[in-house]
Ligand binder design. Structure first.
Ligand code: DGY
Length: 321
Protein backbone atom coordinates (compact mmCIF):
# COMPACT_ATOMS: atom_id res chain seq x y z
CA UNK A 1 0.00 0.00 0.00
CA UNK A 2 1.22 3.50 -0.81
CA UNK A 3 2.45 5.44 2.21
CA UNK A 4 0.92 8.81 3.01
CA UNK A 5 3.25 11.54 4.23
CA UNK A 6 2.37 14.89 5.67
CA UNK A 7 4.74 17.83 5.18
CA UNK A 8 4.27 20.67 7.65
CA UNK A 9 5.57 23.51 5.44
CA UNK A 10 5.89 24.30 1.76
CA UNK A 11 9.17 22.80 0.59
CA UNK A 12 11.33 23.29 -2.52
CA UNK A 13 9.91 21.29 -5.40
CA UNK A 14 12.88 18.91 -5.68
CA UNK A 15 12.29 17.75 -2.09
CA UNK A 16 8.59 17.22 -2.68
CA UNK A 17 9.44 15.24 -5.83
CA UNK A 18 11.49 12.82 -3.71
CA UNK A 19 8.39 12.11 -1.67
CA UNK A 20 5.96 12.00 -4.57
CA UNK A 21 8.02 9.34 -6.34
CA UNK A 22 6.73 6.72 -3.91
CA UNK A 23 4.27 8.31 -1.48
CA UNK A 24 1.00 10.13 -1.41
CA UNK A 25 1.95 13.64 -0.28
CA UNK A 26 -0.13 16.10 1.67
CA UNK A 27 1.41 19.43 2.59
CA UNK A 28 0.71 22.57 4.60
CA UNK A 29 1.23 24.69 1.54
CA UNK A 30 2.43 27.88 3.23
CA UNK A 31 5.98 29.11 3.49
CA UNK A 32 5.66 31.48 6.39
CA UNK A 33 2.86 30.15 8.60
CA UNK A 34 3.21 27.34 11.07
CA UNK A 35 0.68 24.57 10.52
CA UNK A 36 -2.15 25.05 13.06
CA UNK A 37 -2.31 22.44 15.79
CA UNK A 38 -5.79 21.23 14.80
CA UNK A 39 -4.67 20.69 11.19
CA UNK A 40 -1.60 18.78 12.31
CA UNK A 41 -3.71 16.64 14.67
CA UNK A 42 -6.06 15.74 11.84
CA UNK A 43 -3.27 15.02 9.35
CA UNK A 44 -1.09 13.01 11.70
CA UNK A 45 -4.01 10.72 12.51
CA UNK A 46 -3.72 9.06 9.10
CA UNK A 47 -0.15 9.77 7.99
CA UNK A 48 2.54 7.07 7.75
CA UNK A 49 5.31 9.65 7.71
CA UNK A 50 5.72 13.22 8.86
CA UNK A 51 8.22 15.75 7.52
CA UNK A 52 8.42 18.32 10.29
CA UNK A 53 9.99 21.70 11.06
CA UNK A 54 11.55 22.90 14.30
CA UNK A 55 8.50 25.12 14.75
CA UNK A 56 6.11 22.16 15.15
CA UNK A 57 5.59 21.04 18.75
CA UNK A 58 5.38 17.25 18.45
CA UNK A 59 4.40 16.15 21.91
CA UNK A 60 2.90 13.06 23.48
CA UNK A 61 -0.67 14.32 23.09
CA UNK A 62 -0.22 14.85 19.37
CA UNK A 63 1.43 11.46 18.93
CA UNK A 64 -1.51 9.75 20.68
CA UNK A 65 -3.62 10.45 17.61
CA UNK A 66 -0.93 9.13 15.22
CA UNK A 67 -2.26 5.65 14.52
CA UNK A 68 -0.13 4.77 11.49
CA UNK A 69 2.89 7.01 11.97
CA UNK A 70 6.19 5.18 11.47
CA UNK A 71 8.65 8.01 10.97
CA UNK A 72 9.20 11.69 11.65
CA UNK A 73 11.90 13.31 9.55
CA UNK A 74 12.75 16.79 10.73
CA UNK A 75 14.29 19.42 8.48
CA UNK A 76 16.77 20.54 11.16
CA UNK A 77 19.55 19.12 13.25
CA UNK A 78 17.90 20.25 16.50
CA UNK A 79 14.94 18.18 17.66
CA UNK A 80 13.96 19.68 21.01
CA UNK A 81 10.44 20.29 19.66
CA UNK A 82 9.88 16.52 19.44
CA UNK A 83 9.11 14.32 22.44
CA UNK A 84 11.62 11.61 21.56
CA UNK A 85 10.58 9.33 24.43
CA UNK A 86 6.94 9.44 23.36
CA UNK A 87 7.95 8.72 19.76
CA UNK A 88 10.20 5.82 20.77
CA UNK A 89 7.46 4.37 22.98
CA UNK A 90 5.29 4.17 19.83
CA UNK A 91 8.16 2.83 17.70
CA UNK A 92 8.17 5.99 15.61
CA UNK A 93 11.58 6.63 14.08
CA UNK A 94 12.89 10.19 14.40
CA UNK A 95 15.43 11.51 11.90
CA UNK A 96 17.21 14.84 11.57
CA UNK A 97 19.48 16.53 9.01
CA UNK A 98 22.97 16.84 10.51
CA UNK A 99 26.05 17.38 8.36
CA UNK A 100 24.59 19.33 5.46
CA UNK A 101 24.17 22.51 7.50
CA UNK A 102 27.45 22.44 9.43
CA UNK A 103 29.54 24.88 7.40
CA UNK A 104 26.68 27.28 6.70
CA UNK A 105 25.79 27.50 10.39
CA UNK A 106 29.45 27.98 11.32
CA UNK A 107 29.67 30.81 8.75
CA UNK A 108 26.69 32.57 10.31
CA UNK A 109 28.03 32.03 13.83
CA UNK A 110 31.26 33.70 12.81
CA UNK A 111 29.44 36.47 10.97
CA UNK A 112 27.43 37.21 14.11
CA UNK A 113 30.58 37.20 16.23
CA UNK A 114 32.25 39.69 13.90
CA UNK A 115 29.12 41.81 13.57
CA UNK A 116 28.79 42.33 17.31
CA UNK A 117 32.54 42.70 17.90
CA UNK A 118 32.97 45.36 15.22
CA UNK A 119 29.51 46.92 15.73
CA UNK A 120 28.63 46.44 12.08
CA UNK A 121 24.81 46.79 12.26
CA UNK A 122 25.16 49.78 14.59
CA UNK A 123 27.67 51.41 12.23
CA UNK A 124 25.38 50.84 9.27
CA UNK A 125 22.42 52.36 11.12
CA UNK A 126 24.64 55.35 11.99
CA UNK A 127 25.63 55.90 8.38
CA UNK A 128 22.14 55.46 6.92
CA UNK A 129 20.68 57.86 9.49
CA UNK A 130 23.05 60.54 8.19
CA UNK A 131 25.03 60.78 11.45
CA UNK A 132 28.42 60.37 9.73
CA UNK A 133 29.96 63.84 9.64
CA UNK A 134 33.67 62.96 9.62
CA UNK A 135 36.17 60.18 10.17
CA UNK A 136 37.18 60.39 13.80
CA UNK A 137 39.77 58.52 15.88
CA UNK A 138 37.49 56.56 18.22
CA UNK A 139 34.27 56.54 16.20
CA UNK A 140 32.41 53.20 16.46
CA UNK A 141 35.45 51.39 17.75
CA UNK A 142 34.85 47.76 18.60
CA UNK A 143 36.80 44.77 19.87
CA UNK A 144 39.47 42.80 18.01
CA UNK A 145 38.63 39.32 16.86
CA UNK A 146 42.12 38.55 15.61
CA UNK A 147 44.22 37.04 18.41
CA UNK A 148 41.36 36.93 20.96
CA UNK A 149 40.32 33.85 22.95
CA UNK A 150 37.30 32.02 21.66
CA UNK A 151 35.47 29.71 24.07
CA UNK A 152 33.31 27.02 22.52
CA UNK A 153 30.80 25.07 24.58
CA UNK A 154 30.18 21.82 22.70
CA UNK A 155 32.63 20.52 20.11
CA UNK A 156 30.34 18.65 17.73
CA UNK A 157 30.34 19.18 13.99
CA UNK A 158 29.37 22.86 14.08
CA UNK A 159 31.62 23.63 17.06
CA UNK A 160 34.55 22.14 15.17
CA UNK A 161 33.71 24.14 12.03
CA UNK A 162 33.62 27.35 14.12
CA UNK A 163 36.98 26.42 15.69
CA UNK A 164 38.51 26.06 12.21
CA UNK A 165 37.33 29.53 11.25
CA UNK A 166 38.71 30.93 14.51
CA UNK A 167 42.11 29.49 13.73
CA UNK A 168 42.09 31.48 10.50
CA UNK A 169 41.82 34.59 12.68
CA UNK A 170 44.74 33.42 14.88
CA UNK A 171 42.38 32.99 17.82
CA UNK A 172 43.28 30.98 20.87
CA UNK A 173 40.48 28.40 21.10
CA UNK A 174 39.46 26.78 24.38
CA UNK A 175 36.52 24.41 24.45
CA UNK A 176 34.43 22.45 26.87
CA UNK A 177 32.33 19.43 26.05
CA UNK A 178 30.98 16.40 27.91
CA UNK A 179 33.93 14.34 26.76
CA UNK A 180 37.38 15.47 25.77
CA UNK A 181 38.30 15.21 22.06
CA UNK A 182 42.07 14.63 21.91
CA UNK A 183 42.13 14.04 18.16
CA UNK A 184 40.40 17.37 17.41
CA UNK A 185 42.57 19.16 19.98
CA UNK A 186 45.73 17.96 18.25
CA UNK A 187 44.48 18.43 14.70
CA UNK A 188 43.06 21.92 15.23
CA UNK A 189 45.30 23.19 18.01
CA UNK A 190 42.56 23.58 20.63
CA UNK A 191 42.76 23.66 24.40
CA UNK A 192 40.33 21.77 26.62
CA UNK A 193 39.02 23.43 29.79
CA UNK A 194 36.38 22.90 32.44
CA UNK A 195 33.15 24.85 31.99
CA UNK A 196 34.45 27.40 34.49
CA UNK A 197 37.80 27.70 32.67
CA UNK A 198 36.03 28.40 29.39
CA UNK A 199 33.69 30.93 31.00
CA UNK A 200 36.59 32.73 32.68
CA UNK A 201 38.98 32.81 29.71
CA UNK A 202 36.73 33.66 26.77
CA UNK A 203 36.71 36.97 24.96
CA UNK A 204 33.97 35.45 22.83
CA UNK A 205 31.82 32.58 24.07
CA UNK A 206 29.99 30.53 21.46
CA UNK A 207 27.25 28.03 22.40
CA UNK A 208 27.29 24.95 20.20
CA UNK A 209 25.19 22.49 22.21
CA UNK A 210 21.69 21.14 21.75
CA UNK A 211 18.88 22.32 24.01
CA UNK A 212 17.72 19.83 26.63
CA UNK A 213 16.66 19.81 30.28
CA UNK A 214 20.36 19.67 31.13
CA UNK A 215 21.30 22.72 29.05
CA UNK A 216 18.27 24.84 30.02
CA UNK A 217 19.63 28.23 31.21
CA UNK A 218 23.19 26.91 31.22
CA UNK A 219 24.19 30.55 30.81
CA UNK A 220 22.47 32.13 33.78
CA UNK A 221 23.43 34.90 36.22
CA UNK A 222 25.92 32.59 38.00
CA UNK A 223 27.65 31.61 34.77
CA UNK A 224 27.77 35.24 33.63
CA UNK A 225 29.47 36.23 36.91
CA UNK A 226 32.33 33.92 35.93
CA UNK A 227 32.78 35.61 32.54
CA UNK A 228 34.91 38.64 31.71
CA UNK A 229 32.92 41.91 31.48
CA UNK A 230 34.59 42.34 28.07
CA UNK A 231 33.21 39.00 26.78
CA UNK A 232 30.72 38.71 23.93
CA UNK A 233 28.18 35.87 23.98
CA UNK A 234 27.17 34.28 20.67
CA UNK A 235 24.17 31.96 20.52
CA UNK A 236 23.18 30.21 17.31
CA UNK A 237 22.00 27.03 19.10
CA UNK A 238 18.72 27.43 21.01
CA UNK A 239 17.39 30.41 22.93
CA UNK A 240 16.54 28.63 26.16
CA UNK A 241 20.18 27.70 26.77
CA UNK A 242 20.52 31.31 27.94
CA UNK A 243 18.57 32.98 30.73
CA UNK A 244 17.57 36.04 28.71
CA UNK A 245 16.72 38.14 31.75
CA UNK A 246 20.17 37.51 33.25
CA UNK A 247 21.76 38.28 29.89
CA UNK A 248 19.84 41.54 29.56
CA UNK A 249 20.84 42.62 33.08
CA UNK A 250 24.50 41.84 32.39
CA UNK A 251 24.50 43.72 29.09
CA UNK A 252 22.94 46.77 30.72
CA UNK A 253 25.19 46.75 33.81
CA UNK A 254 28.38 46.23 31.78
CA UNK A 255 29.00 42.72 33.12
CA UNK A 256 29.10 41.52 29.51
CA UNK A 257 30.20 43.50 26.45
CA UNK A 258 27.65 42.31 23.92
CA UNK A 259 25.67 39.46 22.46
CA UNK A 260 25.04 38.03 19.02
CA UNK A 261 21.78 36.12 19.06
CA UNK A 262 20.25 34.10 16.24
CA UNK A 263 17.88 32.24 18.57
CA UNK A 264 15.46 33.22 21.33
CA UNK A 265 13.38 31.57 24.04
CA UNK A 266 10.29 32.69 22.16
CA UNK A 267 10.42 32.70 18.37
CA UNK A 268 9.61 34.91 16.62
CA UNK A 269 11.02 37.12 19.37
CA UNK A 270 8.54 39.94 20.09
CA UNK A 271 9.88 43.26 18.81
CA UNK A 272 9.21 44.66 22.29
CA UNK A 273 11.72 42.23 23.83
CA UNK A 274 14.15 44.14 26.10
CA UNK A 275 17.20 42.56 24.43
CA UNK A 276 16.22 44.14 21.11
CA UNK A 277 16.45 47.62 22.61
CA UNK A 278 20.21 47.31 23.20
CA UNK A 279 22.85 48.56 20.78
CA UNK A 280 25.29 45.90 21.98
CA UNK A 281 22.96 43.13 20.82
CA UNK A 282 22.96 41.94 17.24
CA UNK A 283 19.81 39.91 16.72
CA UNK A 284 18.86 37.67 13.80
CA UNK A 285 15.72 35.63 13.05
CA UNK A 286 17.10 32.07 13.41
CA UNK A 287 18.93 32.01 10.06
CA UNK A 288 21.99 29.93 11.00
CA UNK A 289 21.51 27.42 8.19
CA UNK A 290 19.74 29.79 5.82
CA UNK A 291 21.70 29.64 2.59
CA UNK A 292 19.72 28.64 -0.49
CA UNK A 293 21.94 25.63 -1.11
CA UNK A 294 21.89 24.39 2.46
CA UNK A 295 18.15 24.78 2.97
CA UNK A 296 17.57 22.86 -0.26
CA UNK A 297 19.94 20.12 0.89
CA UNK A 298 18.18 19.93 4.26
CA UNK A 299 14.75 19.64 2.64
CA UNK A 300 15.88 16.97 0.19
CA UNK A 301 17.73 15.03 2.87
CA UNK A 302 14.68 15.10 5.16
CA UNK A 303 12.49 13.87 2.30
CA UNK A 304 14.87 11.11 1.15
CA UNK A 305 15.39 9.66 4.57
CA UNK A 306 11.68 9.72 5.31
CA UNK A 307 11.10 7.60 2.22
CA UNK A 308 13.99 5.28 3.12
CA UNK A 309 12.62 4.74 6.61
CA UNK A 310 9.11 4.06 5.34
CA UNK A 311 10.69 1.45 3.04
CA UNK A 312 12.24 -0.31 6.03
CA UNK A 313 15.76 1.13 5.87
CA UNK A 314 17.56 2.70 8.84
CA UNK A 315 19.29 5.92 7.75
CA UNK A 316 22.34 6.80 9.90
CA UNK A 317 20.64 9.98 11.11
CA UNK A 318 18.05 7.98 13.04
CA UNK A 319 18.25 9.39 16.55
CA UNK A 320 16.10 6.94 18.48
CA UNK A 321 17.61 3.68 17.18
C1 DGY B 1 18.70 23.36 13.26
O1 DGY B 1 18.93 22.67 12.24
O2 DGY B 1 18.41 22.86 14.32
C2 DGY B 1 18.80 24.85 13.10
O3 DGY B 1 18.40 25.51 14.22
C3 DGY B 1 18.08 25.33 11.87
O4 DGY B 1 18.85 24.92 10.79
Amino acid sequence: MTNTVYVTRKLPEEAVAELRASCKVRMWDKEEDVVPREVLEKEIATADGLLSMLTDPIDEDLLKSAQNLKAISQMAVGHNNIDIEAASARQIAVLTTPGVLTETTADLTFALLMAVARRIPEAERFLKKGDWTTWSPMLLTGADVYGATLGIIGLGRIGEAVAKRAKGFSMDVVYHSRSRKPEKEARLGLRYGSMDDVLAQSDYLVLMIPYSKETHHLIDADAIKKMKPSCFLINTARGDIVDEKALYDALVSGDLAGAGLDVFAQEPVPTSHPLLTLDNVVALPHIGSASVTTRRKMATMAAKQLVQTLHGERPPTLINA
